[in-house]
Design a protein around this ligand. Structure first.
Ligand SMILES: [Zn+2]
Length: 223
């Protein structure tokens, strides 16, 4: 027995792949099962179309540019064509981390969808939906992420030590109540149109018109 662990009785070896970063783009969907026991991240700066690693304010060339947090976990993504789970290093966005927060456990299966601006009506957002929890003892141990991080940022000193600075999502409750009323429905009938007011005044004056005899009678009374 060698140090690579027990061999399969069937003999056929699964193809070996290079461990690479899995970074979803708007419109993409992946189903992954997570292998890392926990996650942390680092700060980056978006400079000329590239995410640059922030080593801290003292040593950072781009520190005037706003920071973006990125987290990383080892995962396996489901390849439907090959019917295999393919190892990857998943890049976690600030938005996806808010789905992971307080929920993440090794062995979970997540359905990841990067919704486009059109789908959200706002900014594009990577959304995670927890599908199932597998027995973590049946899964491979997480691989070393350092070669992938070094390649991603083109430096050897990438350290994942930071939590996402974005606040926890606030969940709120909808309220019951009567439906809203449009202002004109508060009055009986439609608002007065042009000409209606004149006709109304005419009909009122004829209804309350005092007959001539009465006028004369009243005029005579004091005598
Ligand atoms: Zn910086």
């Amino acid at each position: 027995m060698d140090d690579r662990g027990p061999r399969r009785a069937t003999g056929a070896e699964e193809p070996r792949t290079v461990l690479r970063r899995l970074r979803l783009k708007p419109g993409q969907n992946f189903i992954v099962r997570v292998l890392s026991h926990s996650y942390k991240g680092c700060l980056t700066h978006w400079v000329k179309g590239n995410g640059e690693y922030c080593p801290g304010p003292e040593d950072c060339r781009w520190h005037a540019v706003p920071t973006i947090w990125k987290g990383y976990v080892v995962c396996e993504s489901w390849d439907q064509a090959a019917t295999l789970w393919i190892p990857h290093v998943l890049e976690i966005t600030e938005c996806l981390e808010q789905d992971f927060r307080g929920v993440y456990r090794r062995g979970q299966v997540w359905n990841l969808t990067y919704k486009t601006k059109k789908q959200t009506g706002g900014a594009a957002a990577l959304i995670g939906e927890l599908w199932e929890q597998l027995d973590p003892y049946t899964l491979p141990e997480p691989y070393d992420m350092r070669p992938v991080l070094a390649l991603t940022y083109h430096r050897q000193d990438v350290r994942l030590t930071l939590d996402n600075p974005m606040p926890k999502r606030l969940t709120v409750t909808a309220s019951k109540g009567r439906p809203p009323i449009r202002p004109q429905e508060k009055f009986e009938g439609e608002p007065v149109q042009e000409g209606q007011y004149a006709r109304l005044r005419e009909s009122l004056s004829s209804a309350f018109a005092v007959p001539d005899e009465e006028k004369n009678g009243r005029a005579k009374q004091p005598q």
